[in-house]
Design a protein. Structure first.
Length: 241
């Protein structure tokens, strides 16, 4: 069972009671106290979106902004995941690590790009988030953006910040290969056009000797095929089948 002062700290934070948190601190409680779930007050504030609470907590001496919960979540990742932009900025300004890994080696930037959240992407990059970080499934933030929430703006920002346009994982599929497999909207085509503009190879081959144009042909979306052909994709490349 948790000590009373720890319960006071965590319960007060959970219910957004700054006065209660200050009372607990006067009892000399550790600001990084947690239960078996390893959730600290700053985790709670980040998840719930308590702006004033977060602003206060980051000023408390000894607070650790990069602790992980039992599920591997940092406060910064929670703020991005739960779409609390103001909390994200508070944490970054207070020194939270934008490259801290959580479960599956995900970073906050992976999460922001997966959900297509442009302001978060911009803020994280401003605070030196690694745009080429790879999670345990071989996915970069650019991969997340192209596959989950395609966005010309996010694709552009990532590439301008140094994201690798020709990245390949263990599958030997390039980002362009992967994007061409599932592109069925102009939003996706615009993101792919941006990828090509920043140097993605239109003739790169996978393990089957297939180029992005092979994938686009199987996909059957004419605007996608036009983008590839207009950017010099070779029409007569053969796969190994």
């Amino acid at each position: 069972e948790l000590p009373k002062k720890v319960r006071l700290l965590l319960t007060s934070t959970l219910f957004n009671d700054i006065i209660g948190v200050k009372r607990a601190l006067k009892l000399k409680v550790d600001i990084n106290s947690c239960g078996t779930d390893l959730v600290t007050p700053i985790h709670l504030a980040a998840e719930k979106g308590y702006i004033e609470m977060a602003e206060f907590l980051v000023t408390v001496e000894g607070i650790n902004l990069n602790l992980r919960t039992a599920y591997g979540n940092t406060p910064l990742k929670l703020s991005v995941y739960h779409n609390h932009y103001e909390i994200t900025i508070i944490l970054l300004q207070a020194g939270a690590d934008p490259n801290a890994l959580s479960l599956f080696d995900l970073t906050p930037l992976h999460v922001a790009t997966f959900h297509g959240r442009l302001p978060f992407v911009e803020a994280l990059i401003e605070y030196k988030a690694n745009v080429n970080v790879i999670d345990c499934f071989d996915r970069t933030p650019l991969y997340m953006s192209l596959i989950s929430h395609p966005s010309e703006s996010i694709t552009y920002i990532l590439l301008k910040a140094g994201a690798e346009p020709n990245y390949k994982g263990k599958s030997n599929l390039s980002l362009l290969h992967i994007a061409c497999v599932g592109a069925h909207t102009m939003v996706q085509v615009y993101a792919i056009a941006t990828l090509i503009y920043f140097g993605a190879s239109v003739d790169d081959k996978d393990l089957k000797e297939e180029t992005p144009l092979h994938k686009a042909a199987l996909n059957g979306y004419p605007p996608l095929i036009n983008i590839l052909v207009n950017n010099g994709a070779k029409l007569y490349e053969k796969n190994i089948w």
